[in-house]
Design a protein around this ligand. Structure first.
Ligand SMILES: Nc1ncnc2c1ncn2[C@@H]1O[C@H](COP(=O)(O)OP(=O)(O)OP(=O)(O)O)[C@@H](O)[C@H]1O
Length: 554
């Protein structure tokens, strides 16, 4: 189809020349015949062009669809540190803007890859054949346009790269301020967010204006070259026409081919520029696709036999950081124990929890659950048996039931009710008109902080895991509800190992053992009374929280 469209374009000026010759010869019959031929050729070219565009669009859409799906699947397999190293905002741009760039590239490429060379060489040959003695005019036009195009498109490539980075930044700023809209509002931060956004957006506008200016200057310049060449050739023909009258018929054809030459060069230039822009995007997508998840799970049937947890000389630093967050931790929690983890802010409590859920692997040492090294479990086995409830509850848009089923895909209504009962969520769910089918809006904006935490705990306990980690996940609950959750956990999840990470001693006071973490090291392990005797750190925390401790003991 491309060749049909290209050849149609190439033969039209030649037919035109023959029509002129027929007119000059006053051969009406031939003139009509050739004119009909010209119209048919133009229609053929048009149809071929349309079919080619539809085909290119379809291919581009399909490739974009496949790339989007492959990228999304890859991102789903990423670990936390993989995602952090790209940053979520950057991944969103790679999933959206970069895919569109590649789609445009394919579209453009398929339309011009064969067409531009056919038209270029065809027009070159036909132009020379039409008026051979004007070969130098053709060469001049080609060289001038090619030089200017090469320079301009080279500049544009630079602009595109800068623009791509700015799009990333704008996206990051918008994302951050939208996610933290409440903070922005409550601290009256709108203006500073706006100025951050405006600065980057201004830079993006500037670069886009620069690209646009270059563009608007370029096309008239090409036409100027072509028109100068045409004027020159018409002038020369004027002088030569007395010796060769056929030149009159040939000059229109010649100038037409000159235009086609110019268009072919511009088309190729655009394709190369878009190619460079699309290739930058393709490279960014390829980076995502080539990134291996830095946490790999084995395809194994190894089973986690019980809820014991063992740290064997575990040290940990976050990727790209030299700071040793956990330093040589060794301990063992027995299956079914209730363990409290306490320590100052930044002591490493959440990090420890994340190692048990294998969100990160330790930098040194090993973590075992149910006597099995985490590296020897399958992901499904780990997720089925180890449940981590974070302090910041993240729910997904859908229904309450959809969210609870993330904890157990085939959960029945009875299981949902049981989980909600444990997390003290049943009461408020039952009060909602649609109960478990009530809608959870985007970012669960229609629930309070405490309700979100309760739903998040319900999702964590619904699978009846062997190990349940509550990472400060009752912080938004009042003391009475928190105690009710703890009591329900104790009575309804008897065999589950419960790891309660808390800032307040009152949250862990009844734990069988409490691990005191200090600067990433185990400072002491024991029950509340033992620690009050033996651990200075614990005593200190206790003293500072004395006013609160009575509530936990109730
Ligand atoms: N993703 C991360 N990348 C780099 N450093 C991190 C990351 N997350 C936490 N840290 C650092 O690791 C240390 C321990 O953090 P962690 O969240 O485990 O502490 P924590 O005891 O749970 O604190 P809190 O009680 O305030 O939640 C801190 O110094 C923190 O700055």
């Amino acid at each position: 189809m491309i060749s049909v469209a290209a050849f149609s374009a190439l033969f039209q000026p030649t037919l035109m020349k023959d029509i002129f010759t027929a007119i000059l010869k006053k051969d009406h019959y031939q003139m009509v015949q050739l004119s009909i031929g010209l119209i048919l050729l133009a229609i053929l070219g048009l149809v071929a062009g349309v079919i080619n565009t539809i085909f290119a669009a379809k291919v581009a859409q399909n490739v974009a669809f496949d790339l989007r799906a492959a990228q999304y699947q890859k991102i789903q397999s990423f670990s936390f540190s993989n995602i952090e190293s790209f940053t979520p905002g950057n991944l969103v741009v790679r999933m959206t803007n970069d895919i569109i760039q590649v789609q445009n590239l394919i579209m453009m490429f398929l339309q011009t890859i064969f067409r531009a060379p056919i038209i270029f060489f065809g027009a070159l040959i036909f132009a020379i054949l039409t008026i051979p003695q004007f070969w130098w005019i053709i060469a001049g036009v080609v060289v001038m346009i090619a030089l200017v195009a090469a320079y301009a498109f080279f500049r544009m490539e630079k602009f595109f790269q800068i623009a791509q980075n700015l799009v990333d930044r704008v996206n990051g700023i918008v994302r951050e301020s939208m996610m933290g809209i409440r903070v922005v509002k409550s601290f009256v931060e709108e203006e500073s967010q706006m100025s951050k956004f405006k600065d980057t957006s201004d830079q993006l506008t500037k670069i886009n204006v620069q690209t646009g200016s270059l563009f608007s200057f370029l096309i008239p310049l090409f036409f100027l070259f072509a028109n100068l060449a045409i004027t020159g050739s018409v002038f020369l023909v004027g002088n030569m026409v007395t010796t060769d009258p056929s030149l009159v018929a040939r000059i229109a054809t010649f100038t037409n081919y000159l235009f086609q030459l110019m268009i072919a060069i511009v088309m190729a230039g655009f394709t190369i520029t878009f190619a460079s822009r699309g290739l930058v995007s393709l490279k960014r997508i390829d980076e995502v696709l080539k990134t291996e998840p830095d946490l790999n799970y084995q395809k194994t049937n190894n089973q986690i036999s019980d809820g014991s947890i063992e740290f064997d000389h575990v040290s940990f630093s976050y990727p790209d950081s030299d700071n040793l967050v956990l330093n040589d931790l060794s301990f063992k929690f027995e299956s079914g124990e209730t363990i409290g983890i306490i320590g100052a802010t930044g002591a490493g409590k959440s990090t420890l929890a994340q190692l048990i859920a294998r969100i990160y692997d330790p930098s040194k040492g090993s973590v075992k659950v149910g006597n099995l090294d985490l590296k020897e479990t399958s992901e499904a086995e780990l997720r089925k048996n180890v449940s981590l409830v974070l302090q910041k509850p993240i729910l997904f848009s859908g229904t309450i039931a959809d969210n609870l089923r993330q904890g157990k895909s085939n959960a029945t209504l009875t299981e949902m009710k049981k989980a909600a009962e444990i997390s003290q969520a049943l009461e408020f769910i039952e009060r909602l008109p649609k109960k478990f089918d009530s809608k959870v809006e985007e970012r669960s904006a229609n629930f309070s902080g405490g309700q979100k935490q309760r739903l998040s705990i319900a999702r964590g306990v619904i699978s009846d895991p062997k190990i349940l980690i509550l990472d400060d996940s009752t912080s938004a609950l009042d003391a009475k509800s928190e105690k009710l959750v703890r009591d329900a956990l104790a009575s309804k999840l008897k065999t589950t190992t419960k790891l309660i990470i808390a800032e307040k001693i009152s949250s862990v006071i009844n734990a069988e053992r409490i691990l005191v973490l200090e600067n990433g090291e185990v400072s002491a392990i024991g029950n509340h009374h033992e620690l009050l005797q033996s651990s200075a750190v614990y005593q200190e925390i206790y003293r500072t929280q004395k006013g609160l401790q009575g509530e936990g003991q109730k």
